[in-house]
Design a protein around this ligand. Structure first.
Ligand code: F6R
Length: 615
């Protein structure tokens, strides 16, 4: 769970690498480092801290000259975050340099072998073991760098995206991938290497995404050679044309990526159903669903696997699929599913939801489901990501890059895609009349404008944030479609403000959490019209009589909750199953403003990373 960047070509490597690392900080930000080849020597600088700390250090410490370099932003797995454990790592001779995203599981036994052969280690990392293994193989078997990397990787158990160079052959970089992403940007007599395409988007739109178990030898003035790691088979690399543009990955005037991404939701939702939802013709067109309609219709049940916010989107989908399409749905944490010997058959459809498309547990759950013969459908945001490629079919959320670690627009676009699928299946199964179906399409089409309207509460939400920012705990309650929104609201607050928060189905409150309620406890209650409204109002009364502080998320024009609550935030009216797309907005804004007021690092909360590629 780290970010890697590399460059070889005719430009100065340093500015490309440092900017690239800043764009990849969502992948990890506890330490960073760069190695540059200046024409005679390797210049290395690394530090605990963020890429901005590295930038300051490097510019005081070493010459940044050189047209070949590699850089790394780390999220520690082996060894605490400190200068020594930061990447890049060099081999004992000082000739070879490596950056690595992933985990070498058998590093300890390899390390013991290398120690017996006289190698010494500065760091606690698995990566330093790998670079010395490569050196050992290279020396003992008198191999070229590419071959040595290949032989060494065949002794390794684990996951990696690596880039290696040899100071004695400074015209080439060797890269390899298994389990962690690796993109190669192909320019004019220059090549870029990165965990995703964002570091090189302004230089080239041509990218090769390495597949698992592939490696590439990248040489200036030569074609890239891609081959299988396990054997010597050459692979014809597929050069993709990237759709990404620079504005999409910059802040565009917002103070934080998270806020920008919250505000992007109207367009992200629109982009997600554009070309799929055709309300005039009363149809939904989704190639991945259409092509596999038989599988969906024959399914005994749908199992949704995901983690974190994506799991919450899965819970919303459970309500929607069951309500509209009458298909039984089970929602599983991918991390539990993969380890508990679940019953899966060929008659199951598994839907895997992942913004990054790289989450290790979700990926493992997919592999397990496929091995049992289930049909696996992916809902991913990152195009070409591992999960997008590993699933049998899928539908992208077209949210654009999500850089803020706390997921916002990914959540609402995931719900959008899942709603489209549920509606399409409902139509195919005949569980909805054509007029109901049409009404849902029309309502869904109005959601971007309604999200826009919900965003207008921003300034008011900020005043509420100011009132409650010093609370030690928060409770979030919701029922039905909005129960998962309560979970998501609590998660958002926890992860960026570090305030303890819990989400509950409103009716469960009386089975325990009600004991927590006193005048210090803010309770955020989602109480939109329809959806057991009266029952939620009763829950609010129960909170009120115990002096809890009530923040109601209500339908525009509501009067009953207004009478009881300390504050109410209105969202426009819509169909019940679509309310999560609106009620989520004030909860995202509330956590954002509280975190900013508490001076927290909103885009890069402590201990978290955007893409969790370790178990
Ligand atoms: C929360 C958050 C995480 C992710 C989770 C899954 O804001 O971002 O909980 O939702 O790590 O990540 P993906 O969706 O990339 O599989």
């Amino acid at each position: 769970m780290c970010g890697i960047v590399g460059y070889i070509g005719h430009r100065e490597a340093y500015p490309i690498i440092i900017k690239g690392l800043q764009r990849l900080e969502y992948r990890g930000y506890d330490s960073a480092g760069i190695a540059l080849y200046d024409g005679t020597n390797i210049k290395l600088s690394k530090t605990k801290g963020k890429v901005s700390d590295l930038k300051e250090k490097i510019e005081n410490e070493i010459s940044t000259k050189g047209t070949l370099g590699i850089g790394h932003t780390r999220w520690a797995t082996h060894g605490v975050p400190n200068d020594v454990n930061s990447h890049p790592h060099t081999s004992n001779s000082g000739d070879l340099v490596i950056i690595h995203n992933g985990i070498i599981e058998n590093y300890d036994s390899l390390k013991q072998e290398l120690i017996k052969r006289g190698y010494t280690f500065q760091s606690d990392t698995d990566t330093e073991v790998l670079i010395n293994l490569i050196e050992d193989v290279k020396k003992n078997e008198n191999l070229k760098l590419g071959k040595a990397v290949q032989v060494a990787l065949n002794q390794v158990v684990g996951a990696y995206a690596i880039a290696v160079f040899d100071k004695n052959k400074p015209n080439e970089i060797v890269v390899a991938k298994l389990g962690s992403p690796l993109a190669i940007g192909v320019g004019d007599d220059e090549f870029f290497i990165a965990s995703d395409a964002s570091p090189f988007i302004e230089y080239t739109k041509n990218a090769i995404y390495l597949e698992d178990e592939e490696m590439a030898i990248i040489r200036r003035g030569k074609d890239i050679k891609v081959r299988k790691i396990q054997n010597d088979n050459l692979v014809d690399p597929y050069v993709q044309k990237l759709q990404l543009n620079l504005e999409q990955i910059e802040k565009g005037g917002y103070e934080h990526f998270m806020l920008k991404e919250i505000y992007e939701q109207p367009s992200a939702i629109l982009d997600t159903f554009r070309g799929r939802l055709l309300s005039n013709e009363a149809i939904i067109k989704m190639v991945g669903v259409e092509d596999n309609m038989k599988k969906f219709l024959a399914a005994d049940r749908i199992i949704i696997v995901a983690c974190g916010t994506s799991w919450h989107a899965g819970l919303v989908a459970e309500y929607i699929f069951e309500d509209l399409a009458r298909i039984p749905v089970e929602v599983e944490y991918a991390s539990e599913f993969r380890y508990r010997n679940p019953v899966i058959t060929e008659k199951d459809v598994v839907i895997a939801i992942s913004q990054s498309g790289e989450t290790a547990d979700t990926l493992a759950a997919i592999k397990l489901a496929k091995s049992k013969g289930a049909f696996v459908f992916g809902v991913c945001n990152v195009v070409g990501s591992t999960i997008a490629r590993e699933t049998n079919a899928g539908a992208y959320t077209h949210a654009g890059p999500e850089i803020g670690v706390a997921s916002t627009k990914a959540f609402t676009t995931q719900i959008t895609v899942l709603t489209l699928i549920a509606l399409r299946l409902a139509r195919a199964k005949g569980t909805m009349s054509s007029s109901e179906f049409r009404q849902h399409l029309i309502e869904l089409e109005m959601i971007p404008a309604k999200v826009e309207e919900a965003l207008k509460s921003d300034a008011y939400v900020k005043t509420i944030a100011d009132i409650y920012k010093d609370s030690k705990n928060f409770l979030y309650l919701g029922r039905g479609f909005n129960f998962p929104v309560a979970l998501e609201g609590a998660l958002k607050l926890k992860e960026i403000s570090y305030i303890h928060a819990e989400g509950y189905p409103a009716a469960e409150m009386k089975h325990g959490p009600i004991a927590l309620i006193d005048e210090q406890m803010p309770v955020v209650v989602i109480a939109t019209k329809k959806g057991h409204y009266e029952k939620v109002v009763s829950n609010i009364q129960e909170i009120k009589s115990r002096k809890g502080r009530i923040i109601g998320i209500v339908t525009k024009g509501d009067t009953s909750v207004k009478e009881l609550a300390d504050y109410v935030i209105e969202v426009p009216e819509t169909l019940e199953c679509l309310t999560p797309l609106l009620t989520t907005i004030p909860l995202q804004l509330l956590s954002y403003h509280i975190a900013v007021m508490l001076n927290k690092n909103v885009d890069q909360p402590r201990n978290l990373a955007k893409s969790v590629t370790v178990e």
